[in-house]
Write a protein that binds this ligand. Structure first.
Ligand code: ADP
Ligand code: ZN
Length: 609
C-alpha cells in the first residue's frame, strides 16, 4: 500500500516521500477508518485525503469554510492532473447540473463544498447517488465552541453520519488542544477515530523576540533583509496598521493595509494582490489570516506581543508553509501586556467583551508574556506549551540559541536600582523622567525638581535610554512596577516591589548581546532544500511564473512552489528528463510547463556571466 501511495504522490505531485504522519493518515482514509488529524500549518494535511481519493472507489467530499479559497484549491489539483471541482453558491444552476453529471459518470474524484451546501437535502441526495467514499472536514475546529474560530454552519455537519453511514469521516485541523479534538470527534459522531497529532515544531522558522526600542527602524531592518520577498506585519490596533503602512509607503515600500475597519472591497483586493504576488508586504491586524494561501511568506513581524501563544503560533505559522526558511520577529515591550489588559477591560475593537472570557484571556496574556520575557529556546518553549517534547536542547534558529539575547546577570540589583528610583521620585513620574534620573542627565527638568540630589541620580549611567526603557518595561511586565494614571502614565510600586527591595524576588531580565547587536546573523543558508541556487535564474523563473499565473488567472503557487523554482535554479536541468527529477514536478506539470522551464534554463546558461 505504501508503494502505491508513493507512486501517486510522485506521479501527480512530484514529491518522493511522505511528510510525518501522512502515511498513517492516508492509510486510515484508504481503510475507511475515521480519523482526526492535527498538524501544524504547512504540515501537509491536504495530501492526506487527496492521495487516497485517487486510489479509492467513490467520490471524496471536502468540506471547507472558505468559498474564496476553493477555486484555488481546485486549480492547484487540476494543475497536478487530479480531477477535482467545487460546488457552491457562486455557480449557476446550469453549471451545477453539468457537474452533477460528471459526478455520476465518475469523472470527478474530489469535490469541494461549503457546509451550507451540504445542509441542503437535494444536494445530499445527489451525493448519495454519486457514491461518497470519504468526507474530509477541513479546518475542523470550526465545529467546536472551544476552538478559536467557531462557525455555526459547521454544526450542521452532524447530520452527515446518518445520511452516509458507509463513508469514512476525516477531520483536519491545526488547532491542538485536547478539548477541541474530543469535541470534533463527538460532534461528527466519529467511530473509534484514529487520532494523529503531528509535531508542532516548525524547524524552518527562525524565531526572534527583540526589545522594541525604535520600531520603524527595526522593522525596516527586517524588510531590508527580505527585499523582494513576501511578509506580513501584525499590529494590535487598526490605527497602528494605518499609520505604519503609510509610513512604509512613504519610505518606498509597497505595503498595503488590512483590518476589519476597511471595506470588504478593499480587503478583498489586498488579499488578492498578496496571493497573486502583486504585493509583497501587508500590514494587518489579526483579521488578516484565514484564507491566506501564499506558501512563500518569508517573514512575519509582530510589532507588539499578540494576546495568546495560540495566536502567535497561528500567525507565525503563515511563514514558510513551503518548508523553506522563514523568519518570525516579535518586537516586544513589557508595556504590551498593559495595553492588552486595558483593551480587555474595555472590551474594545476585535475584543471579546464578555467577562466570562476575561479570566481565560488574562491567563493567555500571561503565558504569552512569559514566553516573550523568557530565556529558553523559542522552539522548545512553543512545543512544550502545546504539550510536546523538544528533540534538541538547542535549535540554532532562535534569538536565544543564536546567542543574540542573554540574561542580565545581576538582575536583582538592576531591579532594585530602578524600583528605588521610582520610590525616590515619589511614584509621580513617567518612564522618561525616571530614565533621565537614573542616567544622571543634567537637564532642566531634573534639576528644577532637585532630582539631581537624589541618591539614585546617575546610578545607571552606563545604560542608554533605550536599554533602560526596555528594562523598566520588563519589570512592569512582570508586575514589579505598575504604570498607572489616566492623563499621563506614571510609574508606581506594587506589592511585589517590596520583595525586590528586600532582595527576596526572583527577578529575571534579558538584554541583547552587545557584540552581535548590529546585524542578526544572515538568514540561515538554504539548508532546507539542498544548498545555494542561482539567484538571477530564480528571479527570472519567478517572473515567468507570475506572468503564467496572470494569464491563467490562478495564484502563482498553483503553477510551482518557490521550492521547485529554487531547485530548478540550483540543478539547472536542460532536458525534460532531468527536469522530471526535480521536487514538485509530476507528469501533468512536466507536460504543461516543462518546455518553458527548460527553455528558461538554457537561455540563462547561454547569457552566461
Ligand atoms: P496544510 O494544509 O497542513 O497547511 P498543505 O497541505 O497546504 O499544508 O501542504 C503544505 C505544502 O507542503 C504544500 O505545498 C504541499 O504540496 C507540500 N507537501 C505536502 N506533502 C508533501 C510531501 N510529502 N512532500 C513534499 N511536499 C509536500
Ligand atoms: Zn532555540
Amino acid at each position: 500500500m505504501r508503494a502505491r501511495l508513493l507512486e501517486v504522490i510522485e506521479k501527480h505531485w512530484g514529491y518522493d516521500s511522505f511528510r510525518p504522519l501522512q502515511e498513517e493518515a492516508m492509510t486510515a482514509v484508504l481503510d475507511g477508518r475515521d480519523s482526526v488529524v492535527v498538524m501544524p500549518t504547512g504540515g501537509g494535511k491536504s495530501l492526506c485525503y487527496q492521495v487516497p481519493a485517487l486510489l479509492r472507489e467513490g467520490v471524496t467530499v471536502v468540506v471547507s469554510p472558505l468559498i474564496s479559497l476553493m477555486k484555488d484549491q481546485v486549480d492547484a489539483l487540476r494543475a497536478c492532473g487530479v480531477p477535482a471541482t467545487q460546488m457552491n453558491s457562486s455557480q449557476s444552476a446550469l453549471e451545477l447540473r453539468a457537474l452533477e453529471k460528471d459526478l455520476f459518470d465518475g469523472r470527478i474524484r474530489i469535490v469541494f463544498v461549503s457546509p451550507e451546501r451540504l445542509a441542503m437535502p437535494a444536494f445530499r441526495q445527489t451525493l448519495q447517488k454519486a457514491g461518497v467514499s470519504a468526507f474530509a472536514i477541513d479546518e475542523a475546529h470550526c465545529i467546536s465552541h472551544w476552538g478559536h474560530d467557531f462557525r455555526p454552519e459547521y454544526r450542521q455537519l452532524r447530520q452527515l453520519r446518518d445520511t452516509f453511514p458507509e463513508a469514512g469521516f476525516h477531520a483536519y485541523t491545526a488547532t491542538a488542544t485536547e478539548q477541541v479534538r474530543r469535541d470534533i470527534a463527538q460532534q461528527l459522531s466519529l467511530r473509534d477515530p484514529l487520532v494523529l497529532v503531528g509535531n508542532f515544531d516548525r524547524p524552518n522558522l527562525t524565531y526572534r523576540v527583540l526589545p522594541r526600542v525604535d520600531e520603524l527602524k527595526q522593522l525596516v531592518e527586517v524588510l531590508e533583509r527580505h527585499r523582494g520577498e513576501a511578509g506580513i506585519v501584525y499590529c494590535i490596533r487598526r490605527k497602528d496598521v494605518d499609520s505604519l503602512s503609510e509610513q512604509l509607503r512613504k519610505r518606498g515600500y509597497d505595503a498595503l493595509a488590512y483590518h476589519a475597519g476597511l471595506s470588504q472591497e478593499e480587503r478583498r483586493s489586498t488579499q488578492e494582490k498578496f496571493a497573486a504576488e502583486r504585493c509583497d508586504v501587508v500590514v494587518a491586524t489579526v483579521a488578516f489570516g484565514m484564507g491566506i494561501d501564499r506558501s512563500n511568506v518569508r517573514f512575519v513581524v509582530h510589532m507588539a506581543m499578540p494576546k495568546s501563544i495560540e495566536h502567535y503560533q497561528q500567525e507565525t505559522g503563515r511563514a514558510g508553509r513551503d518548508g523553506l526558511e522563514a523568519e518570525c520577529v516579535l518586537f516586544y515591550s513589557g508595556a504590551d501586556a498593559v495595553i492588552w489588559k486595558t483593551m480587555l477591560a474595555r472590551g474594545g475593537e476585535e475584543m471579546e467583551p464578555d467577562p466570562k472570557y476575561l479570566q481565560a484571556a488574562t491567563r493567555h496574556l500571561y503565558d504569552m508574556d512569559r514566553y516573550c520575557s523568557g530565556t529558553i529556546c523559542r522552539h522548545r518553549a512553543l512545543v512544550e506549551y502545546f504539550g510536546q517534547q523538544a528533540d534538541a536542547p538547542s535549535c540554532n534558529a532562535c534569538d536565544v540559541c543564536l546567542g543574540e539575547m542573554q540574561e542580565v546577570s545581576d538582575a536583582l540589583t538592576v531591579a532594585q536600582k530602578i524600583v528605588s528610583c521610582v520610590y525616590r521620585v515619589r511614584q509621580s513620574f513617567g518612564v522618561g523622567h525616571v530614565i533621565s534620573v537614573l542616567r544622571g542627565e543634567n537637564i532642566e527638568r531634573v534639576r528644577e525638581r532637585n532630582h539631581d540630589q537624589l541618591s539614585t541620580y546617575g546610578i545607571m549611567k552606563e545604560h542608554s535610554r533605550n536599554e533602560l526603557r526596555d528594562l523598566i518595561y520588563q519589570l512592569v511586565g512582570q508586575g514589579y512596577l505598575a504604570q498607572n494614571g489616566d492623563d499621563y502614565p506614571v510609574l508606581q510600586l506594587t506589592e511585589s516591589s517590596r520583595a525586590v527591595m528586600r532582595g527576596e524576588a526572583q527577578v529575571r531580565l534579558r538584554q541583547p548581546v552587545v557584540a552581535k547587536k548590529k546585524e542578526p546573523k544572515a538568514r540561515r543558508t538554504y539548508v532546507a532544500d539542498g544548498g545555494e541556487f542561482d539567484r538571477t535564474l530564480f528571479e527570472a523563473l519567478r517572473k515567468w511564473r507570475r506572468s503564467e499565473a496572470e494569464e491563467r488567472q490562478v495564484p502563482p503557487y498553483v503553477i510551482f512552489s518557490d521550492r521547485t523554482l529554487r531547485e530548478v535554479a540550483r540543478v539547472q536541468p536542460t532536458t525534460l528528463t532531468a527536469l522530471r527529477g526535480v521536487y514538485g514536478i509530476g507528469d501533468a506539470k512536466l507536460e504543461q510547463f516543462g518546455e518553458a522551464l527548460v527553455t528558461r534554463v538554457r537561455e540563462h546558461a547561454s547569457s552566461g556571466p
